[in-house]
Ligand binder design. Structure first.
Ligand code: AGP
Length: 609
């Protein structure tokens, strides 16, 4: 959840580190800090509670010169977000600086030992123990010292360490959490993800479990905890710097909503062969593997869980396979029935969500085949799965997910069609027809985006509401959940999504005069039942806001507000109905003066269970 940057090279490290932290701020932002080092000079550490801009103000008049630096933006897990708890943390002598993401679960034991040996803590964090352990064990070889310490740490962590006596070396280590190397010319980088350094280099290398990185100007060495060098694959990051910036919008989220047509095109691109059928080599599954699948379990959290719910409808419809969709945080604790003929699909934008990662590990321990559907190349979940289907949504910086969900749903359709194609539950012409429908979606999404004026006006009318309900049937139900989540996390409104048929089994008691009820009612075989549901809530005073297909007048008489979307196959309608709800939630939050990129209490990637 924190943002981490490490640099050593020829440039002034402060500029590089701050630039990287700015792009990583979405990962967590209740404090920030830097440590800068130059040969022959003392280590300089500056840190400040609050957002990165607070730190930048604090150091504006300081001369923090040096060509080695490490930096951190924090989302607190141990110790309140204060100056003293901000990273980097240092040892007693102030010669060691450490930044850390994760949780050191045995830190109390380590702290007690250190204090008994005369060390004095200056913070409430678990991180600080590492600085004191380095101080205690350092014998002139920082990398060996860090390797030794990692063997004594329990929990999940990424550590980046600098020592005053080695001004050409940054050492980093990871267990369970994301760390990636940026490879430059005469300079090298580490970061929580590639946005930390793509302004300088697009050549990257993932760091695997319990590996230690020795970063020097002249090159990078990666070893295991015993000091044995390990090989690793480098890859080219094709996100350009602009893509990681706001593209002219005030907020990343608005840019990312607008990017959705292009994002879906990227997800679909290059995955069809000349004969118009799908080829998903990245699934690394033989046709026999696919035919042997007896059940599918989708594990995910939050919005990614909602994408998985849509996937369930598609896979069951096209493949006639039983599909369960599980909250990843619940999955392994219910002792699920999983075996070698189970396909587990882990849906995760970041590829670092701890709940989903642990579900992946459990599934693999039960010999299930695991497919990651993720937006992040080289992420832990992708590397610990048997295969990965990348959604290719590009960097999603805003904490609330928009284009990531859109591309996840698209990817779920591709998985469903591919399984149907190989298992023969849909013939080639049917697969081609569904793919043709999917390829129309980017233009249809653009059409919806071009119609959002009335939705922005509606948002201003709803800005003071404290409760909004969302109803949908079939694939509209997961979208009702997603619409409610967006409104919760962006505008802090008490929103709830229900299957429309469920409203009369209790939730209708929430409806009173003027309660806004958003009904997802694209053309569908269940339309008549949805009309009944709209009538039920309207009869009790609800203000009905209906998302309906162009030309469909069946529900018009019962809608106080109609939001029109173009027609498409009913199974694909989530890709269209989701857009007005994203825009509605963002605009209500903006009308409330809220920060839609970094909502309170949330982090982009929840890397603790
Ligand atoms: C999305 O709007 C939410 N911020 C959140 O629910 C998110 O979808 C969830 O934390 C899962 O993240 P992941 O896709 O990176 O695993």
């Amino acid at each position: 959840m924190c943002g981490i940057v490490g640099y050593v090279g020829e440039q002034q490290a402060l500029d590089v580190v701050l630039g990287g932290l700015r792009r990583l701020e979405y990962r967590g932002y209740d404090s920030a800090g830097v440590a800068i080092l130059d040969a022959g000079s003392a280590l300089r550490v500056e840190r400040k509670a609050g957002k990165l801009s607070n730190l930048e103000k604090e150091i504006a008049d300081l001369s923090l010169r040096g060509t080695l630096g490490i930096g951190h933006t924090r989302w607190a897990t141990h110790g309140p977000p204060t100056d003293r708890n901000a990273h980097p943390h240092v040892d007693c002598a102030g010669k060691v600086a450490v930044v850390h993401n994760g949780t050191i679960e045995n830190f109390e034991v380590l702290v007690r030992g250190l204090e008994q040996r005369g060390h004095h803590r200056t913070s409430d964090t678990d991180t600080e123990v590492v600085a004191h352990l380095v101080e205690e064990r350092y014998d002139g070889d920082l990398a060996a010292t860090v390797r030794s310490i990692c063997k004594d740490l329990e929990g999940s962590f990424v550590l980046v360490v600098a020592h005053q006596d080695e001004p050409d070396l940054v050492v980093a280590a990871r267990r369970n959490l994301p760390l990636v190397i940026g490879l430059g010319e005469g300079e090298n980088f580490v970061g929580s993800d590639v946005t930390a350094f793509i302004a300088h280099t697009r050549e990257a290398r993932a760091v695997d479990q319990d590996q230690v990185v020795e970063l020097r100007r002249g090159g990078v060495v990666v070893t295991d905890l015993d000091g044995q060098a390990v090989e690793g694959e480098t890859y080219h990051v094709d996100w350009d710097t602009a893509a990681a910036e706001k593209g002219g919008h005030e907020f990343f989220m608005l840019k990312e909503i607008e990017e959705q047509p292009a994002a879906v095109r990227e997800t679909l691109g290059g995955r069809m062969q000349e004969d118009g059928l799908l080829h998903l080599d990245e699934l690394s599954m033989s046709d026999e593997d696919v035919r042997d699948i007896e059940q599918v379990i989708i594990v995910a959290c939050g919005s990614s869980y909602h994408s998985g719910l849509v996937g369930k409808y598609a896979i069951e419809r096209w493949c006639r396979l039983p599909v369960q969709v599980e909250m990843a945080s619940e999955f392994r604790y219910r002792d699920p029935v999983v075996g070698r003929n189970t396909l587990v699909i882990a849906v995760s934008q970041s590829g670092e969500t701890a709940d989903t990662l642990e579900a992946v590990r459990h599934a693999r321990s039960q010999r299930a085949k695991v497919l990651a559907v993720t937006n992040t190349v080289g992420s832990t979940i992708s590397r610990e799965s048997d295969a990965a289907l990348y959604t290719r949504g590009g960097p999603e910086v805003a904490v609330a997910s928009t284009k990531a969900v859109m591309t996840q749903i698209t990817a779920m359709y591709l998985v469903g069609l591919y399984l149907a194609q190989v298992r023969g539950t849909r013939d080639a012409d049917e697969v081609r027809a569904h793919l043709a429908d999917l390829h129309e979606i980017p233009d249809l999404v653009q059409e919806v985006l071009d119609r959002m004026g009335p939705v922005r006006k509606l948002a201003r009318e709803l800005r003071d509401e404290e409760r909004v309900l969302f109803l949908g049937r079939h694939v509209g139900y997961p979208m009702a959940l997603e619409g409610a989540l967006k409104l919760k996390e962006l505008a802090y409104i008490g929103a709830e999504g229900f299957p429309a048929g469920e409203i009369k089994h209790g939730p209708i008691a929430l409806v009173e005069e003027g309660t806004p009820v958003v009904v997802l009612a694209p053309r569908h075989a269940l339309q008549a039942k949805l009309v009944n549901n709209v009538q039920e809530v309207r009869a009790r005073g609800a203000r009905t806001i209906v998302i309906a297909t162009d030309g469909d007048e069946s529900i018009t008489p019962y809608a106080d507000t109609i939001i029109r979307i173009p027609d498409t196959k009913s199974l694909l309608t989530p890709l269209l109905t989701i857009v007005p709800m994203q825009v509605l939630s963002a605009e209500i939050a903006l009308a409330r003066g809220l920060d839609i990129d970094q909502p309170r209490n949330l982090a982009k990637s929840v890397t603790v269970e």
